[in-house]
Structures are given as structure tokens and as C-alpha cells.
Design a protein around this ligand. Structure first.
Ligand SMILES: Cc1ncc(COP(=O)(O)O)c(C=O)c1O
Length: 345
């Protein structure tokens, strides 16, 4: 396939059947967003918000772009800004993985770290401060309608097309900004109204499950942390507030079920996907898959389930996902080495 630039390669990610891990009689599929050029679902949002701002004139040629991001949005924006010639600054809490910072810097972005005590709202406020002080374009991934609009135009469309002529019984996702959730939900509600929408939350942060609405500022941003939120280890999921974008799907009443997926289960499923299916996703992907397996185990025989996998496992080499993966040879590997006479270490 030929593209005019790397940006043409965003989206159209594959839907892949799960063969060895799916319960008998269940058609379980994943939509694998690692196939985006920079390895995550956020490449879609990055392209969507920049091209929408170019169209409205909110973003001027050569203007600096700034965003608060736990990583994947920054990496996607760094690609889009590099390809289109915009300087990029990202603010990011110091807790997120080192390779995310280094990747963004490799793509030419500047990364401003914010204190972990200030949580997700701290990095958002810092981006706002810097944008106001320097006249930079703030992409506002948590409030910008161009985010769910892009998912409605691309991810949602792709899902409906992939299951044309079949029944998709369940679609399972987590949420960060809620762009995926709200954009895809719009399409499913319209074109596949029998598909049940399932949302995963970490047990430490059952914000949607709590039913407590988010307090907001006039611009839709969070006024405070949500009372049901506590820190959790699933990077990219459930910031310390319910984003305005996610509230569209909540308020529309399209969420059929909320499932709790502990990070330990998510990491176990990420490993199982890698070892049993050859599918290499990150912690949020494993956690979404944990939710999909809960649904799969209770679903009637013949059900079809689609699970979002937001990014690649390569983004987690320095995190607990790889905690039990050895660097040196294991006993078993030494034994294999010793089973022939040559080239032993
Ligand atoms: C690793 C990861 N998983 C899941 C998500 C959720 O995607 P969305 O922002 O569309 O809700 C994100 C982004 O926030 C992410 O970075």
C-alpha cells in the first residue's frame, strides 16, 4: 500500500481472532491498535485534533502545539507534528514509563515533567499555563470533540465494516480520554444497536460504576479529582477525573455493563496473549482482554465479542509487565545450552 506520508498509515487496524485463549463456542476478536504507525490508538486522536484545528484555523502554520499526556498521545502527536512541521511540547506526570519520555524526545518533542503528587490534573493545569503564557495551541485531548469525531469516522466505521453480515454481540473497551468509547459508541448505537457496550475500570478507580458525576469547570475540564478515584497501575486508563468526552457515552445511557479489571489480571492476560496467541499488547490491552474474558465466560454459546487492544507491549519494557522476565539465562536455558558440547557461555 502506498501513502503520501506516514499519516496515511493511521487507522485501518486489523481485527484478529483469538484461537487458543477463547472459551469454547465463543467468537472472540481483538482490534489491535498497535498497528498504528507509532504503536497506539492515540495516533488516531493526534491526527484528528491537528487536522481539525488546521481546518478551523485554530492552529497556524509553524505554531507550537502543547498537550498534557500520559505518553501515547504525546508519541502520536510527536509523529503528526514531525510530519507536518509543528514544534511540540508535552507535559507529563513523572510516574509514567521512561521509554515514553525518550520516544517523544526522539521524535523531536520537548517533555516537561510534573510532580506525581499533583496527579493527572497537575499535568493538565501545567499545559494550560504554558499555552496561555506562550500563545501555544493546546490540543485538549480530554475535551476536544475532534477526538471522538475521529473515532466515529475511523475506529467505529472500521468495526462495523469488519462485522458486516455478522452479529457483534459485545464490544469491550477501557477509557482514557473516552475518545474511543464515545466515538465508537455513536456508530454502534446508530448502525449496530444490539451490540452491548462493555466498559472496564480498574478496581481502585470505579468512577463510572460509582454513579457520582464529575464536577467540571466552565470549559468542561475537571474542577477536582473524582471522589471514587485512587491511584492505579494501568497507564493510559482512568485519569483522576471522568473526561467530558467520556461523559457523552455515560449520559447517552449506551453502556450495558461495567467490569472491574485489576492490573494483575491485565498483566497476566497480556502475557497469555503474547505466549498463546503471539499478540503483544500493553497493560491496558491485557486489562481490556481481562474484561472481555469475564464477558466471554458468561456469554451464550455462539456469541461474538470484540476487545480493543490500545497499544504495543514494547512500550512497557521498563515496567512491572516485564518484572519476571529474566535478562540472564535461566536454569532451563543453561541446561539446554549444556545439552550440546559447543559454544557454552
Ligand atoms: C495505553 C492506553 N490505553 C487506553 C487508552 C484509552 O484511549 P481513549 O483516550 O480513546 O479513551 C489510552 C489513552 O488514553 C492509552 O494510552
Amino acid at each position: 500500500m502506498k501513502h503520501d506520508s506516514i499519516l496515511g498509515a493511521v487507522g485501518n487496524t486489523p481485527v484478529i481472532r483469538i484461537n487458543r485463549l477463547a472459551p469454547d463456542g465463543i467468537n472472540l476478536y481483538v482490534k489491535f491498535e498497535a498497528f498504528n504507525p507509532l504503536g497506539s490508538v492515540k495516533d488516531r486522536l493526534a491526527l484528528g485534533v491537528i487536522e481539525a484545528a488546521e481546518k478551523t484555523g485554530a492552529l497556524k502554520p509553524g505554531q507550537t502545539v502543547i498537550e498534557a499526556t500520559s505518553g501515547n498521545t504525546g508519541i502520536g502527536l510527536a509523529m503528526v507534528c514531525a510530519a507536518k512541521g509543528y514544534p511540540l511540547v508535552v507535559t507529563m506526570a513523572e510516574t509514567f514509563s521512561l521509554e515514553r519520555r525518550r520516544l517523544m524526545r526522539f521524535l523531536g518533542a520537548r517533555v516537561i515533567l510534573t510532580p506525581k503528587e499533583e496527579k493527572g490534573t497537575g499535568m493538565v493545569e501545567k499545559a494550560r499555563e504554558l499555552a496561555a503564557a506562550h500563545g501555544w495551541f493546546l490540543t485538549r485531548q480530554f475535551e476536544n470533540d475532534a477526538n471522538p469525531d475521529m473515532h466515529e469516522r475511523t475506529t467505529g466505521r472500521e468495526i462495523v465494516d469488519a462485522f458486516k453480515g455478522e452479529t457483534l454481540d459485545y464490544w469491550v473497551t477501557g477509557f482514557g480520554t473516552g475518545g474511543t468509547l464515545t466515538g465508537v459508541s455513536r456508530v454502534l448505537k446508530r448502525e449496530s444497536p444490539d451490540t452491548k457496550i462493555v466498559v472496564c475500570e480498574p478496581p481502585e478507580a470505579p468512577m463510572i460504576a460509582s454513579g457520582v458525576p464529575q464536577e467540571r469547570n466552565a470549559d468542561g475540564g475537571p474542577a477536582t479529582s473524582h471522589p471514587a478515584w485512587k491511584p492505579h497501575p494501568i497507564q493510559g486508563w482512568s485519569p483522576d477525573f471522568i473526561p467530558k468526552i467520556a461523559s457523552e457515552a455515560i449520559d447517552a445511557g449506551v453502556i450495558h455493563k461495567i467490569v472491574e479489571t485489576p492490573a494483575a489480571d491485565g498483566m497476566a492476560w497480556a502475557r497469555a496473549l503474547a505466549r498463546k496467541e503471539g499478540i503483544f499488547t500493553g497493560v491496558s490491552g491485557g486489562s481490556t482482554f481481562a474484561g472481555a474474558m469475564q464477558i466471554a465466560e458468561a456469554a451464550p454459546t455462539g456469541s461474538t465479542i470484540l476487545c480493543m487492544l490500545p497499544d504495543t507491549g514494547e512500550r512497557y519494557l521498563s515496567t512491572p509487565l516485564f518484572g519476571d522476565v529474566a535478562t540472564e539465562m535461566t536454569e532451563e536455558e543453561i541446561e539446554i545450552s549444556r545439552s550440546t558440547p559447543g559454544y557454552q557461555l
